[in-house]
Design a protein around this ligand. Sequence first.
Ligand code: GZL
Length: 358
Amino acid sequence: MSDFLFRKIISIILSVSLLCSLAGCTPAGDAEAESVVTPDDIIVVGFSQLGAESDWRSANTESMKSVFTKENGYELIFEDAQQKQTNQITAIRSFIQRDVDYIVLAPVTETGWDTVLSEAKEAGIPVIIVDRQVEVSDDSLFTCWVGSDFELEGRKVCMWMSKYFAKNGVNPSDVHIVDIQGTLGSTAQIGRTKGFDHMASLYGWDVVTHEVGDFTKSKAKEAMFAILRNYDNVNVVYCENDNEALGVIEVLEASGRKCGSNIKDGETMVVSFDGINKQAVSSLVAGQISCIGECNPLHGPRVESVIRKLRSGQEPYKYQYVNEKIYTNSNAVPSIMLGGKEYGVTVLNESDLYEWPY
Ligand code: GZL
């Protein structure tokens, strides 16, 4: 081929490509170009996360960030509210201003959302609630909720304790139990406390007191110190999350007590919720924590499936509960029956720690 002809063909190919890209089309067979996501295709999600107070919260945030990525066709605008509702309200208003496609809210507490969710509804932006719930006058202010049944979590752990005590000859009247509560007014605290109060009364346990631990190790330590100063008969501590349990164990051991399941021999039983913090799960395997009610944080895929449903014109279920396990270190109670449903109990041992998913 002559030099002149070769140059002619190259210039024709270049001008065709240039014309195509200007016209927004891609030359046939250019699969790479067709797979490029244009700005219009990107789904913009504004996520207001309540804070970073616990390992559960960090795992929940990670789950959302690992799903809502550019590669998956999303732009995630993430705002950490540092446990302040005012920061969450400000974040939601900024999402509205930016006209995001979806708002995801993990609310710090249940009340105070009507006004800002009405603004989101006014702007035509669907709101998906994750983890804790919102108490609103009109439930059309949010599209749906994904999370845990916290009262069921509490009832399951209490029923496990009741069966364990019965198996080991412990009289309910000899159970002197305290509740270290999570963030007051949060659905997780409301549900776990309600489950605790209901079952403790049903079984005839001596409920010594409730103290606020705010789902943090430091606050739970303060609460446990106060309890030990004021009461000397406590032999069971119901912690509303793992971070609290780690603080409680530190204080109990510093005061000379042994944490374990054998309260007849003077040990102090500690139970907890979440099952995320590796140290807490190791404490369960070692016997310092007797039972953990799983609270699954992996809501990223669940929220994405809601968004996919909405985009294909389907209506997601309004309330979507996740299934959760009961972890322990003893096979004394293989399962429990609650509300006509059987829940298996998962016995963890050393080997489980090596593959712990969080
Ligand atoms: C439960 C979540 C709670 C966790 C705590 O879904 O709201 O908040 O149990 C976290 O660890 O702080």
